[in-house]
Structure formats: C-alpha cells, structure tokens
Write a protein that binds this ligand. Structure first.
Ligand code: AMP
Length: 273
C-alpha cells in the first residue's frame, strides 16, 4: 500500500491509473463504519484510494478540531489489511491557501439540523471534497448514510457542478448494542455510552410507530423524544429524504434524524424509512 502526503505525487500517481478508481474520504480514526465503505469500494473498483484528512474548515472555532482523534499509525494498519491501494493524507498547509474561492452549500439545507448550530460547517465539507474530488478524480466515491445531510449535499454538489463521479451511499454500521459507530464514541465512558444508546432506541421507537401506521410527524417526534430523556437533545426530526419539512410522512421517503449531547459529546444518528 502506498502512503502519499503530497498532492503533486497523488495527481501524478492518478495520471498513471487507467482503471476504475473508488474513493473513500475520511477524517481518520478508522472504525468498522469506515471499513464497510472501504469494503464496498474494494468490490466495485480496481483501485481504492482512502483519504485521511481532519479538515479544519468544517470545524467551528469552539469545536474539537485540535482534540479530534488522530490515529495515523493504526489507520494505516487497518487500511493495509482492508486492501486499500493508496492512503492520501495531505498536510493542511498544502490543502489550503490564504485566499481561495469556497464552495457555499445551499443555505436552506445547509443551515438546518447539523448546520443550524454549526453555521458554515457544510461549506467546509463541500470545499474540501471539491478539492479532493479534483485531486483523486474517482469514478465512485463512498459516503455513509450516517451523515445523511452531508450525503444529500454532496450529491447536490456533484449534480450542480456536473462532476463525473458516482456517489455511493453506504448503510450505517452499528455496534451489537445498536450504537452507531463514530470516531467520537471513544470520548464516551461506560455510563455515557449507556445513555448514548437512547439515540438508536428512539429511532427504533419512531420507526415502529410508523410501521404501526402513524404518519403524523409531531406524534412520531414526540414518541422519539420520550426515549431521549437522559441526553440533551439538539434536534429530533422526521423529514422527507430531500430534507423538506413535512407534517405527514409518506412511507419509503422518510428520514428520522437525531442529534444529541451526552454530556459534551455530540452524537448523531438516523434511520431511513
Ligand atoms: P468521518 O471520518 O467521520 O468524516 O467519516 C467518513 C465517512 O465514513 C463518512 O462518509 C461517514 O458518513 C462514514 N461513516 C462514519 N461512521 C459511519 C457508520 N457508523 N456507518 C457507516 N458509515 C459511516
């Protein structure tokens, strides 16, 4: 497996590859969620490129950019075992210059939910992905449904700028107890972890209500909130899959989304109905 730090080197490597390239962008601290993206990329492509880049522009000044888990050595071992061909881990200074155009995510979708308390977060996400897409030039790029809003906005950017990239949505990977895997789970002690389980319980309760015939959003959200008494809820939302707020859901078009703090650890989870 190649480890590439320089953008120039990656671009020149990419020019030498004529077969199908799959790309998995990550911020590292790899877990089984990332691995499932890599596995899918491995099956569907000749070459798999994994990027590891903790992107400063998607963190707000008060967020955990400095303390975000960085585990490069372990990540490289995991990537090697998973059959990644190239790990691309560029330096922040090489990725950004002082003055540069940015991708601005559409306000109506990027400033609700994840973007409401994190204004500008998705501008940072899309800007770095635009750079990475141009450097890596993948045929297929793999994104987790766990970050549903991000996935929607990435697809929207690819469509808007006519980027010749197939975006592949990948299912959410959970621990056996239901907790969605996240690099931030390592911040949780055992008591906090027990509280964190309420997110997946709330999603299950919401979906069961829908299966029993409930269609009214207010009622489904209320059922979900009942399971979330031990965490500090940021939002609990039932939406259409195109991120439109609705009063009544239609089955197969619905997303249940939760963001909540367990003490100061912010967790997100969702369920696609
Ligand atoms: P991150 O390193 O957190 O930026 O995540 C990199 C990619 O992995 C994103 O596309 C995430 O949606 C995806 N991902 C993170 N956690 C999970 C999970 N539990 N299941 C599936 N995909 C995930």
């Amino acid at each position: 497996m190649k480890i590439v730090k320089s953008i120039e080197e990656l671009i020149s490597y990419r020019k030498s590859v004529t077969s199908k390239v799959g790309f998995v962008p990550t911020m590292g601290a790899l877990h089984n969620g990332h691995l499932s993206l890599i596995k899918q990329a491995r099956i569907q492509n000749d070459i798999v490129i994994l990027s590891i880049f903790v992107n400063p522009t998607q963190f707000l000044p008060n967020e955990d950019f400095n303390s975000y888990p960085r585990k490069e050595e372990a990540d490289i071992k995991i990537a090697t075992l998973a059959g990644v061909d190239v790990v691309f881990a560029p330096d922040v200074n090489e990725m950004y210059s002082l003055q540069e155009p940015k991708v601005i995510a559409p306000r109506d979708i990027a400033y609700i939910l994840e973007g409401k308390k994190r204004p500008g977060h998705f501008d940072g996400v899309l800007s770095v992905l635009m750079k990475l897409f141009h450097i890596v030039k993948p045929h297929n790029a793999y994104f987790g449904k766990k970050d549903a809003q991000q996935l929607f906005l990435v697809q929207n950017m690819v469509d808007t700028y006519f980027l010749p990239i197939n975006i592949v949505p990948c299912d959410i990977i959970r621990d056996a107890d239901g907790l969605a895997l996240s690099s931030r789970n390592i911040y949780l002690d055992s008591k906090q972890r027990a509280k964190a389980l309420s997110l997946s319980v709330a999603l299950k309760n919401g979906s069961q209500a829908i299966m029993k015939g409930e269609r009214e959003v207010v009622k489904i959200e209320k059922i979900m909130r009942e399971a979330l008494k031990e965490v500090e809820v940021d939002y609990v939302t039932v939406l259409s899959r195109d991120f439109k707020f609705v009063e009544h859901i239609s089955i197969k078009e619905t997303l249940l989304l939760i963001a909540a703090y367990v003490d100061n650890v912010r967790l997100i989870d969702n369920l696609w109905i």
